[in-house]
Design a protein around this ligand. Structure first.
Ligand SMILES: [Ca+2]
Ligand SMILES: [Ca+2]
Length: 475
């Protein structure tokens, strides 16, 4: 073979190699759906990071109800930070064009346009592309229940019968009012009208087609009939079988939430568990509230696909009223959601212990300074590392070992890959004796590797200090 031929052959090989690796990269970016191995980081885009000041219209950072300048480009800029939190996915607040003042995204007046304050369709596509390169999936928040207050559809004469008659919801237990009333006075879409139903479903599919997103968080699910969600999820899944739908049904009854899972929504934001956590991990709480919520998780057919969370944009930051001990309780609650078989959803800023009361105080700007020296963040990252190093914590196996007023202990995984988690939210040391199969097996404290425990005759004794979480790994 002469030199020229060798060089041509080499070039062909290099081209095919790069084509091949190009294919590989694009394969990697294809979503394989969601499971309890995922961690979702939830971002209110306007409040996260301003990556493009050219779209800063009507910004007033002194007003929590005004635009603050955060945008899609800003999220793209911060993907490495998001990745460092162990997040495998982000959920961002709605991206469609809102009427004036809709910094949060829930007042849509153009379903087919990216909101000008957040950036452009190109910015959104780029965010998805860059996130996928880093192994992070992207979910957008989607609103099918209502439009913004001042939608042109109310008066343009072309959308008759697109809305339910104007009526406030006064009784949230009345299904008719719940589904047809105007939530917070927002024009309520009449999804029983086939034209409206088709418009919304076509629009949802269009966003997926355009952007290559991996999932949607569905807003105000219980305010829209289940028949609609059946058609909505069926149509999306026909085209995108691995697409993940995470529904918001703000209710404490798992069986009620399960009805929406049966309507085709993969996972629900687990409000019943959220209430259990908040009622347990607090200065006046009882851990039995949490163990009851865990028992009731069996009312879900797929509890692992639910989002498990401690706070969000509609509720106070976790422990906001707890005073000085706030961060101690926060760490306990984070331990629980990062070690329970479901998908942890971390609200931006919770990982650094941001404070905030009711809406809009819980929507303050991300405090980037704090990411440099936050003790909560240090602890959260330890949790991520422990979760990533121990497959038991990403399994579906779960068993409560004991629970009393202040302490809960549970077992994750099986056989030689077992993990014990103990959480004491009381102000006194707790001594527990756990039933663990075996004799002579050793468990090491993940936070302090010198601390070793031994199973003796099917029992393991453990002391848990006040406000302490212990994670024991079988060695
Ligand atoms: Ca901006
Ligand atoms: Ca409705």
């Amino acid at each position: 073979m002469n030199k020229k031929l060798i060089s041509i052959t080499l070039s062909i090989m290099l081209v095919s190699l790069s084509l091949f690796s190009g294919c590989n990269t694009s394969n990697k970016t294809t979503s394989k759906g969601f499971s309890q191995e995922d961690v979702i980081y939830f971002i209110m885009t306007d409040r996260f990071y301003d990556g493009d000041t050219s779209n800063d219209k009507n910004v007033n950072k002194d007003d929590l109800k005004a635009y603050h300048g955060g945008d899609l480009k800003g999220i793209t800029d911060k993907l490495d930070y998001i990745k460092s939190l162990g997040a495998t996915a982000i959920w961002i607040t709605p991206v469609a064009q809102n009427e004036d003042g809709g910094y949060h995204g829930y007042w849509i007046n153009d379903f087919y346009k990216v909101d000008e304050h957040l950036g452009t369709m190109e910015d959104l596509k780029n965010l998805v592309k860059e996130a996928h390169k880093k192994g992070i999936k992207v979910m957008i928040d989607y609103v099918a229940n209502h439009t913004g207050y001042k939608t042109p559809w109310l008066s343009d004469g072309k959308h008759e019968n697109w809305f339910h008659p104007k009526k406030e919801i006064t009784d949230f237990n009345d299904k008719n009012e719940l589904e047809n009333g105007w939530l917070a006075g927002l024009p309520d879409l009449n999804t029983e009208n086939p034209e409206v139903k088709k418009y919304i479903i076509d629009n949802a599919v269009w966003w997926i087609d355009q952007t290559n997103i991996d999932g949607m968080r569905l807003d105000t699910v219980r305010h829209v009939p289940k028949d609609f969600w059946m058609d909505f999820s069926k149509t999306i899944k026909q085209k995108y079988p691995d697409f993940y739908l995470l529904g918001e049904v703000w209710d404490g009854n798992p069986s009620y939430l399960e009805e929406y899972h049966k309507a085709g929504i993969d996972g629900l934001l687990n409000y019943p568990m959220n209430f259990g956590i908040k009622d347990a991990i607090s200065p006046t709480g009882s851990m039995f509230s949490l163990s009851n919520a865990i028992d009731r998780d069996s009312e879900f057919s797929q509890p692992y696909l639910n989002g498990i969370f401690i706070d969000n944009h509609d509720n106070k930051r976790f422990g906001n009223d707890f005073g000085e001990s706030r961060e101690e309780y926060l760490k306990l609650a984070l331990t629980f959601i990062m070690t329970y078989p479901a998908i942890p959803v971390i609200y931006y800023g919770t990982e650094i212990g941001m404070e905030g009361g009711d809406d809009p105080d819980n929507r303050r700007d991300m405090e980037w300074e704090k990411t440099k020296d936050s003790k909560v963040l240090e602890y959260y990252k330890d949790l991520v590392k422990i979760r990533n190093e121990n497959p038991a914590l990403k399994s579906k196996d779960y068993k409560t070992l004991m629970c009393d007023y202040s302490t809960i202990c549970y077992l994750r995984g099986s056989e030689k890959n077992r993990v014990i988690v103990a959480i004491n939210s009381g102000n006194e040391e707790s001594t527990v004796e756990l039933k663990i199969d075996g004799d002579g097996e050793k468990f090491v404290n993940a936070f302090n590797k010198k601390d070793v425990y031994k199973v003796e005759n099917g029992k393991l004794s453990l002391k848990v200090k006040p406000f302490e979480s212990v994670i024991l790994i079988e060695k």
